[in-house]
Structures are given as structure tokens and as C-alpha cells.
Design a protein around this ligand. Structure first.
Ligand code: DMJ
Length: 628
């Protein structure tokens, strides 16, 4: 009414003022160059009003078909009939249509690969045309992101094939291999223990036939969901889904670790949503994602380590206001994907801000980061100690993987990754005696220590993934050397299983192997890192020795860690085959990661989680790579 009573001139003046103010607002926002800085003093709820992240869609239909029932009968996989996909709640952002056939059945057995060859091959004329567009310069070197993904001839044919559902339908089923069947058997055995004695609880204690709680959120069950899907364990998957639908409740007065719950629970739910297309998992992912957000309410915006998901409060560990660097920088893939799926950019903004902040921080050593960061000051603490093991490991992994997830456009991530690998080469790389194994040690205040955590064995896989995505062939060479070392960490030990930490001999001594083990370090927690890297190495090179090494490891897990009544157990002593001292605990990552990577390692089908379409989070949950 009032508007109508105004004169025409008055209305024009008001409209002009409004437009003027709006234009000023846009200019000042974009000219800041680092819009994340504007968030510093805002509440997380306020962030919803910030400009939206660019719309991104999936590289490909990201939904794998429904799992088939895995039979003992090899190759006996009945045809799947086309399914009606459940309606995704966010059609624009969610996964697109179902494929009709399981990827492991569609006949695309490929020799694929050879990253190292691909990057070293002379660039062909047709390739030059294709790669002209996106060249990234790294310290004078020219990196062509598409170059190493340039397919070998077999892959070229593959890419030229029509990707329509009709064409997929005509492909021959790919039977699972005997080794994959052995992984399915191992999974079922582990699952039996969990189901019988720990159903709905965090971890199985297979010897005492009971369970342990960490967060009280069915951690093993959630971590294992996408593994069951990939292995084709339909019945088990359906049963677990029912538990998620009826019993998984996040409204609980419980403290959870932000990093662990992000990589295992949020990551597991998101990947299961992508594989199954079932919106239940997205709803649960949204719920836990929202409940974790209070962790970011700190003076520096570097998140606290712990969140009470029922009360909505967060805090650092009792003894410090520091967070672990790997923890605050390895939650990005999951929160960024949650923003993409929900259309709510608050998740992505919170985690991107952490990365931007860490990018600018001093205290690095040629790209290597310290292990702690203060949630008040936002500065690194405990300076001078550098490792690729515990507390720093997945910082490096997520630099590369975020760059891949985002379509290889976020150059700061790539810069930090490349600089860090140079730092690794300069400060941490050494060779052992007598076998001259290349290994990654640690640096403490200028002093080199020949200590290497098993956790570091993620690195060969990450380096190979980088090389596959166009980074220097040099990274692939380093990956080849390091995976040999990681394998030797198993092979040189009495049980054929790696300890948690090894020390390498720098000087040859009569009767000494390369690998020495201290009594405090001789446990094995069923960790995945070596098998994970073996999977990448096999995918990219096709060299069967990687499968054989993985097979040896699986057999040794069966020999020394399998509990007859169901489940597998961590052990205390990898050096004592007659009594490896079972610890009575099956970690959730044994099902979430170790067995999943085993199954993928023993497959010849590059479309069984295609690495040009998916990127694995640090808990082995595949998330889609975005394309504009
Ligand atoms: C897992 O939770 C993840 O792989 C993490 O990055 C490191 N620790 C375990 C497995 O070892």
C-alpha cells in the first residue's frame, strides 16, 4: 500500500539505491579474492546465505547396480533384471540412473593401464590436440592433467565404446576370480562373527565373543555397507540396511571424534548412497553431517577433535587445545560431497576454509607439515617434527584427492601436494641395507630417524593415482619402489604380516635384514594401507606380482588372525607364528577397507569402481569425481 502511495520519482530513487547497494555488495565480495575469509566471524547458520558453490554433476552415472547374491559357485551369477531406481531426493545433485548390470559382470575385462608407460610415451599428434586446454605449471614443469590418463591402446578402444545402457547390456558377464571368491569367504566369516556377537555395536571382540563400543553407532556395520555392495552380498546388505533404517540413531549424548566419524560414518553413508541410490543413506549422511558441524565453531575455525552429536557441543581433547593436522585436513572429501548432494554449501565452506588456512601457514618444511595445529591461534604447534605416518598421513592423501574430486581445478591443492612430495624426497627418503629398499623415515628437529609406520604405505597408491592423473612419471617410479618396501615389511617377518612400525637398517650388518622391529611395535591391527597401494599399483600397471603379493597377505591373515567362531583379530606379535597373541579386536576398517581393497585388487575389471569416476576417501569409501 505504502509503495503505491509513493510518487514515481520516490520509487525510482529507492529502486536505484537498492540496485546500487546490491552491485557494491557483489563487487566487494568478489574482490576479496578469498571469500572463505569472510566467514571467519560468522556463525555456521549464517553461512547458508553465502553464494552457492558452483553446480557440479557426476562424471558418470555414479550408481552401481544392486548387488547380486554372492554364491560359492564361481561365475554363477544370474542375470539381473533392470531395476527401477528409487527416486533420489535431490534430483539435480544426486546420482543419475542405475546401470543395468553389475560392472564386474559386463565383460569389460581389460588389460588397461600402464601409467608409467603412458606418461613416458612420446606425445602423439592427436593427443597434443586434446591436452592443449588445461596445462598447469609446477615450478617450471608442465603438467598436463590428461596426459597420463591418456589411454593405452586397449583403453582407447574402451573409451570409444558407447556408454549407453543398451550397449552395456550386450556385454558378457565378468565372472569373479577364485581369489575374489576367497575374499568373499573371508568377509562372510568376519561378518558372521560381527553378526553373532556384536550386531549393531562398534567393533567385534571375536575371542570373547562380545563387542566394544567407541561411539556406539554400529561403526563396523556402517563401514562395511559399501563393501557388501561391491562384493555382491545382497542378503547381508539388506539386513544391514534394515538396521540403518530402524536402529541407527544419531540423537545420542555421545562424544565422537570428528575425523573418525567423518571418514567412517559420513563417508560410508555417502558412498553407499551413490552405489545403491537409496535415499535412506543420504538422509542419514545429512543427519550426521549436521551434527558434526559444531566442531568448526572455534576461534580459528580449525575444528575441535571431538563433538557431542546429541548436545551439539564440541571440544578439544582434555589435555590440549590442539587438533591433529591429518584429522582436520582429511574430512574434506566427505563434507564437500555432502554440500554437492544437499545444495547446502555450509559443509564445503567449513572444510575449504581449513585447507585455505593451512595453505597459507608458516611452519612447513618444504611442504611437509607438523603434526598439530592449535584451535585458538590457528597456528601449527610442536614444530620441527615431520612424518608421513600417524597424525600427518592423510593430509597429503587428501591434497591430491580433493584436487581430483574437484575436477583438477583447485591449483593450491595441487601445489601443496607437489611441494610436499618434493619435501618427502628431500628430507625423508632413504635406502636401507642390505636390500637397498627405498623407505620414508621421519625428521625430528633436523635429526633423521629410519622409522616407518605401516600407515605410510598409503603413499605408493597415492603417488600412483597422481601419476595416473597426469603428474610426473617420477612419482610412479617412487611408488614402485615404495610398494616393494611395503611388501617387504610383510615378507621379511616371521608370520608374513607387517608390524605397526618398522625401523630400517641404514648400514649393512651381518645376519641383519633391512627391517628391524621393536617389541612395542610388533602388533598388527589388520590395517589396509599396503593392500590399498597394491590395488592402485595393479590397476595402473597390470603387473600380476601385485596380485600375488596381496594373495600372500590374505593367506597370512587367514593363518594368523582368523578366529574359528567368526571374525578376525588384531594380533600382538607378528614375529611369533606359534603364538601371535590375539588381541581380541576386529577393527571396522578390516571390513571397510582391507577386504574391499583385496577384492578390487583381485579384479581385472577397471570399471569395478573406475578410478576415473570415483575417488576413495581415506576409509576406502568411493565418492564420485565431479565434472562441471
Ligand atoms: C583408517 O581409519 C584410515 O585408513 C585412516 O586413514 C588411517 N587409519 C585407519 C586404517 O589404518
Amino acid at each position: 500500500k505504502k509503495w503505491k502511495q509513493l510518487s514515481r520519482l520516490q520509487r525510482s530513487v529507492i529502486l536505484f539505491l537498492f540496485t546500487f547497494l546490491a552491485v557494491c555488495g557483489v563487487i566487494s565480495y568478489t574482490s576479496m579474492g578469498e571469500p572463505w575469509k569472510s566467514l571467519t566471524n560468522k556463525s555456521l547458520d549464517d553461512q547458508r546465505t553465502e553464494p552457492e558453490i558452483p553446480r557440479l554433476k557426476l562424471a558418470n552415472p555414479a550408481v552401481l547396480p544392486a548387488p547380486q547374491k554372492a554364491d560359492a559357485n564361481l561365475g554363477d551369477y544370474p542375470e539381473l533384471s533392470p531395476q527401477k531406481p528409487p527416486k533420489p531426493p535431490h534430483i539435480r545433485r544426486g546420482p543419475s540412473n542405475f546401470q543395468i548390470k553389475p560392472p564386474w559382470r559386463d565383460g569389460r575385462l581389460k588389460a588397461q593401464r600402464d601409467t608409467s608407460r603412458a606418461v613416458e610415451e612420446p606425445v602423439r599428434a592427436d593427443k597434443e590436440e586434446k591436452t592443449e586446454k588445461s596445462v598447469i605449471s609446477w615450478r617450471g614443469a608442465v603438467i598436463e592433467p590428461d596426459q597420463s590418463t591418456e589411454p593405452s591402446s586397449s583403453k582407447i578402444k574402451e573409451l570409444e565404446k558407447p556408454s549407453s545402457v543398451e550397449a552395456e547390456d550386450q556385454k558378457e558377464p565378468v565372472p569373479i576370480t577364485e581369489r575374489q571368491a576367497a575374499v568373499i569367504e573371508a568377509f562372510r566369516h568376519a561378518w558372521k562373527g560381527y553378526k553373532d556377537f556384536a550386531w549393531g555395536h562398534d567393533e567385534l571382540k571375536p575371542l570373547s565373543k562380545s563387542y566394544s563400543e567407541w561411539f556406539g553407532l554400529g561403526l563396523t556395520l556402517i563401514d562395511a555397507l559399501d563393501t557388501m555392495w561391491i562384493l555382491g552380498l545382497k542378503e547381508e546388505f539388506e539386513e544391514a540396511r534394515k538396521w540403518v533404517a530402524n536402529d541407527l540413531v544419531f540423537d545420542k549424548n555421545v562424544d565422537v571424534n570428528l575425523f573418525e566419524s567423518t571418514i567412517r560414518i559420513l563417508g560410508g553413508l555417502l558412498s553407499t548412497y551413490h552405489l545403491s541410490g537409496d535415499s535412506l543413506f543420504l538422509e542419514k549422511a545429512k543427519d550426521i553431517g549436521n551434527r558434526l558441524m559444531p566442531a568448526f565453531k572455534t576461534p580459528s575455525k580449525i575444528p575441535y577433535s571431538d563433538v557431542n552429536i546429541g548436545r551439539g557441543t564440541a571440544h578439544p581433547p582434555r589435555w590440549t587445545s590442539d587438533s591433529t593436522v591429518a584429522e582436520v585436513t582429511s574430512i574434506q572429501l566427505e563434507f564437500r560431497e555432502l554440500s554437492r548432494l544437499t545444495g547446502d554449501d555450509k559443509f564445503q565452506k567449513a572444510v575449504d576454509e581449513v585447507m585455505k588456512h593451512v595453505h597459507t601457514l608458516s611452519g612447513k618444511n618444504d611442504g611437509l607439515v607438523p603434526m598439530f595445529i592449535n584451535t585458538n591461534s590457528g597456528q601449527f604447534t610442536h614444530l620441527g617434527v615431520y612424518t608421513l605416518g600417524a597424525r600427518a598421513d592423510s593430509y597429503y592423501e587428501y591434497l591430491l584427492k580433493q584436487w581430483i574430486q574437484g575436477g583438477k581445478k583447485e591449483n593450491e591443492l595441487l601445489e601443496d601436494y607437489m611441494r610436499a612430495i618434493e619435501g618427502v624426497k628431500k628430507h625423508l627418503l632413504q635406502r636401507s641395507q642390505p636390500k637397498k629398499l627405498t623407505f620414508i623415515g621421519e625428521l625430528a628437529h633436523g635429526h633423521f630417524s629410519a622409522k616407518m609406520d605401516h600407515l605410510v604405505c598409503f603413499l605408493p597408491g597415492t603417488l600412483a593415482l597422481g601419476a595416473h592423473n597426469g603428474l610426473t612419471a617420477d612419482h610412479m617410479k617412487l611408488a614402485e619402489a615404495l610398494i616393494e618396501t611395503c611388501y617387504q615389511m610383510y615378507a621379511q617377518v616371521e608370520t608374513g604380516l607387517s608390524p605397526e612400525i618398522v625401523h630400517f637398517n641404514l648400514h649393512a650388518q651381518k645376519g641383519h635384514k633391512d627391517v628391524e622391529i621393536k617389541p612395542a611395535d610388533r602388533h598388527n591391527l589388520l590395517r589396509p594401507e599396503t593392500v590399498e597401494s597394491l590395488f592402485y599399483m595393479y590397476r595402473f600397471t597390470g603387473d600380476k606380482k601385485y596380485q600375488d603379493w596381496g594373495w600372500e597377505i590374505l593367506q597370512n591373515f587367514n593363518k594368523y588372525t582368523r578366529v574359528p567362531t567368526g571374525g578376525y583379530t588384531s594380533i600382538n606379535n607378528v614375529q611369533n607364528p606359534s603364538n601371535p597373541e590375539p588381541r581380541d579386536k576386529m577393527e571396522s576398517f578390516f571390513l571397510g577397507e582391507t577386504l574391499k581393497y583385496m577384492f578390487l585388487l583381485f579384479s581385472d575389471d577397471i570399471d569395478l569402481i573406475n578410478l576415473d569416476k570415483y575417488v576413495f576417501n581415506t576409509e576406502a569409501h568411493p565418492l564420485p569425481i565431479w565434472v562441471p
